[in-house]
Design a protein around this ligand. Structure first.
Ligand SMILES: Cc1cc2nc3c(=O)[nH]c(=O)nc-3n(C[C@H](O)[C@H](O)[C@H](O)COP(=O)(O)OP(=O)(O)OC[C@H]3O[C@@H](n4cnc5c(N)ncnc54)[C@H](O)[C@@H]3O)c2cc1C
Ligand code: SF4
Length: 332
């Protein structure tokens, strides 16, 4: 492990003053929260910051539900949020996505902020034995393009990077129109979660819109997402704990036997959590006939690009949408 200084700031403003930056491999200073992703990256020499700034004890870990909706403090753990009664009852999509993530041990330690900013599981990114990785070493190439790319993205890719964003939670939150509250030395701002992560384009080493020093302080989910019929469907290689091959987050409002409005997002297939407005529009007004659902889900394939081993995801993600809508619709 590259040697680093661990800073334990006494409060948030002291933490911000170090100018740490998430999601950039060239950042000399980074934050650490639960450490479940960061420590792995340090151990593998993927991250070599000179300084780590601990967020332990300086961020809100509250979970609040009010007239405005849900507010999750960035330091709340995955386990706490997944088990919170109001989350389970009013925002079950979030609870389901979390319970389908990682292992109980990891969920007990990992935080909301860290989950959204965890790094990709692309094996070429996580193994410094591979030289070509534009995300880890800008300009070095992308070993996944002609390599083993079964796990990689088919949406939002570029010729410089096809890595999947790995968070299940982010997929559910994007479907529910969530935002993140950010704080930096310049003040506070709120960013829709759909805008937090950047597309790779020709700068895959820049993963988010966070500026130097900025932290995620909270996640907010608007009240109008409460009470929707929803389902988080995750297809993975093993049932115990594993990242998504494909996942679908679906939340619908019904009007008798028809869908009045739908929200649909995909995981495991996009370079960022991927919302599908064209599928949502096609689902609005549809009944639950398989042919109608299938026709709407087919629009998810617009703009996809497979790279060989991952071509199967284009069909699988459509099936996942159909199945998730059917399950959500069958809920009372
Ligand atoms: C065995 C295993 C299985 C897993 N399976 C899944 C899975 O199926 N689905 C899934 O979604 N995830 C999975 N994960 C990933 C796991 O969810 C993440 O490791 C975890 O959520 C990261 O949270 P953390 O608090 O430990 O973050 P850390 O490791 O501390 O930090 C992660 C990143 O976020 C930054 N950061 C943390 N908090 C903030 C903040 N508030 N503001 C700004 N930057 C911040 C850090 O600088 C770092 O870059 C798995 C992990 C493991 C180890
Ligand atoms: S897909 Fe992205 S993260 Fe993976 S090797 Fe290519 S550039 Fe690196």
């Amino acid at each position: 492990m590259h040697p680093f200084v661990l800073e334990r700031p006494r409060d948030l403003s002291a933490a911000l003053s170090f100018g740490a930056q998430a999601g950039r491999n060239d950042a000399p200073v980074e934050y650490i929260a639960g450490g479940t992703d960061m420590v792995q990256l340090l151990q593998e020499y993927v991250r070599r910051p000179d300084r780590l700034v601990s967020l332990a004890g300086v961020l809100d870990d509250g979970i609040e539900i009010g007239p405005q909706g849900l507010r999750l403090g960035a330091a709340a753990t995955m386990a706490e949020v997944a088990a919170h009664q109001a989350v389970v009852e009013q925002f079950p999509l979030i609870s389901q996505a979390l319970l389908n993530s990682a292992s109980p041990q990891v969920r007990n330690q990992a935080t909301m902020g860290g989950n959204l900013l965890q790094r990709t599981r692309c094996p070429y990114f996580r193994d410094v034995g591979y030289e070509a990785c534009n995300k880890r070493a800008p300009g070095s190439g992308c070993a996944a393009l002609d390599g083993e790319n079964r796990w990689h993205a088919v949406l939002g890719t570029s010729d410089d990077c096809i890595a999947v964003h790995p968070s299940d939670l982010a997929v559910a939150l994007v479907a529910l129109d969530a935002s993140v509250e950010l704080r930096g030395t310049g003040g506070d701002r709120s960013v829709p979660l759909s805008d937090l992560h950047r597309l790779p384009r020709d700068t895959p080493h820049l993963e988010t819109v966070l500026g130097p020093g900025e932290v995620i302080t909270a996640i907010t989910v608007p009240a109008n997402a409460a009470g929707l019929r929803s389902h988080y469907l995750k297809v993975r290689d093993r049932a115990s704990f594993e990242f998504a091959v494909v996942s679908a987050a679906v939340a619908i409002e019904t009007d008798g036997a028809r869908i009045r409005q739908a929200r649909v997002a995909l995981g495991g297939v996009g370079t960022k959590p991927w919302r599908l407005p064209n599928v949502e529009t096609a689902l609005a007004g549809a009944d639950f006939e398989p042919a109608a659902l299938r026709q709407a889900a087919a629009l998810a394939a617009d703009g996809t690009r497979g790279r060989g081993h991952n071509d199967f995801k284009i069909e699988l993600m459509q099936r996942a949408i159909v199945r998730a809508v059917e399950i959500a619709g069958a809920r009372a």
